[in-house]
Design a protein around this ligand. Structure first.
Ligand code: CP
Ligand code: NVA
Length: 306
């Protein structure tokens, strides 16, 4: 067991000050990329990416980020490893962590990444579990702040499924002090109640339009997350009124921004005129995964060596 290794499995694993430092560093790293300046901060370091679910952005942003920092990355699909043939997560963690400096893992149950982290000598980054998507939410807040300044005291509206993204937004609201309006069909409200996360900054709305009023950021995600495909048809019906469309944007603050972690389904959780419209910052949001995660990779490697 490695009780002292610092991992990043959920937003609350970082303090307010650490998040601020990471945002500052992300700003600098982003500026350097735009100026074609690449410092080899992680030369000879290796990142292993372990995937049990699909990915476009997460894989690319980590791999490109590591390359830009002068390091190496290796992608492992879990189904190609001995884990798929019965090797335990604990044994895999003991071995894989000896081969590299840092690991990113995308899997199903959060308990799996926790079990892996417990036996890993290298820091683990959560690249999405059923319960959390912390890299995405912190990159999103970094993006929001680039457009609208400090998120402290702002109102964020989460419209749609109460999923991994929503849980990470709730954790972030506790650390960074913003109001989170959550709107989901009443039959899904129990998911909010079942989250074991402090919800002091959360207000639930049965009416999605009301949840968007006075909002500084409206954000949503797919109605059916990876791993829940068997619920797809039922969800399509239940979430019908939760499409983020122009009417919802119109009741929000004038300078509201729209975000979506992507991939998106136009005509389901968001209308085409919103995601492709003037309020949308989804492409900057996707790019910022690269800059934020470079700062995170540097930081986690550094603090675990200190
Ligand atoms: N937003 C996000 O995590 O995208 P991918 O599933 O493509 O990695
Ligand atoms: N909530 C989505 C996010 C995809 C990046 C999922 O878990 O599938």
């Amino acid at each position: 067991m490695n009780k002292n290794t610092r991992h990043f499995l959920r937003v609350r694993d970082l303090s307010y000050n650490e998040i601020q430092k990471l945002f500052e560093r992300s700003t600098l790293l982003k500026k350097q990329v735009k100026e074609n300046v690449f410092k080899q901060e992680l030369q000879n370091r290796t990142l292993i990416l372990l995937f049990e679910k699909h990915s476009t952005r997460t894989r690319l942003s980590f791999e490109v980020g590591m390359q830009q920092l002068g390091g190496n990355s290796i992608v492992l699909q879990m189904r190609d490893t001995q884990i798929d043939r019965g090797e335990t997560i604990e044994d895999a963690a003991r071995v894989i962590s000896r081969m590299c400096d840092i690991i990113m893992m995308r899997t199903f149950e959060h308990s799996k990444i926790e079990a892996f982290a417990k036996h890993s000598t290298a820091p683990i980054i959560n690249g999405l579990t059923n319960e959390h998507h912390p890299c995405q939410v912190l990159s999103d807040i970094f993006t929001f702040q680039e457009h609208r300044g400090n998120i402290l005291g702002k109102t964020i509206s989460w419209i749609g499924d109460i999923n991994n993204m929503c849980a990470s937004w709730i954790e972030a609201s506790n650390i960074l002090g913003f109001k989170l309006h959550v709107s989901s069909p009443p039959e899904y409200k129990h998911l909010l109640e079942e989250l074991n996360i402090n919800q002091n900054n959360v207000e639930y709305f049965a009416d999605p339009l009301e949840a968007c009023m006075q909002s500084d950021l409206i954000t949503t995600d797919v109605w059916t997350s990876m791993g829940f495909e068997q619920e797809k048809n039922e969800r399509l019906k239940s979430f019908e009124r939760w499409t983020v469309d122009k009417r919802k944007i119109d009741v929000a603050n004038k300078d509201v921004v729209f975000m979506h972690c992507l991939p998106a389904h136009r005509g389901e959780e968001v209308s085409a005129d919103v995601i492709d419209g003037p309020q949308s910052v989804v492409w900057q949001e996707a790019e910022n995964r690269l800059h934020f995660q470079k700062a995170l990779l540097e930081y986690l490697i550094k603090i675990n060596e200190a």
